[in-house]
Design a protein around this ligand. Structure first.
Ligand code: ZN
Length: 87
């Protein structure tokens, strides 16, 4: 199966984690934490999203410091659809 990533926060999404549309349909581009009932759950900037996710990366051992994690996240986020559109 093809691995999909949420185009907002970058986390891997499986069908049960898909975001939802207003009509109850699924949106496979985003996860349910980012996109719910046809809209983004929080209107944050790419940097705010990185600030939010960085401590999780450190906790899970993917980065050793928050600064390092944030740098990696920002680079990753810049390739995602939600943030690409704004650039
Ligand atoms: Zn997401």
């Amino acid at each position: 199966m093809e691995m999909k990533f949420c185009q907002s926060c970058g986390m891997p999404v499986t069908e049960e984690l898909y975001g939802t549309e207003q009509d109850g349909g699924k949106n496979g581009r985003y996860c349910l934490y980012c996109y719910k009932d046809g809209a983004f759950t929080s209107d944050c900037t790419m940097e705010e999203m990185a600030d939010f996710c960085a401590p999780i990366e450190v906790k899970d051992g993917r980065s050793s410091t928050v600064e390092e994690a944030k740098e990696k996240l920002m680079a990753h986020f810049a390739t995602l659809e939600r943030w690409k559109e704004k650039a």
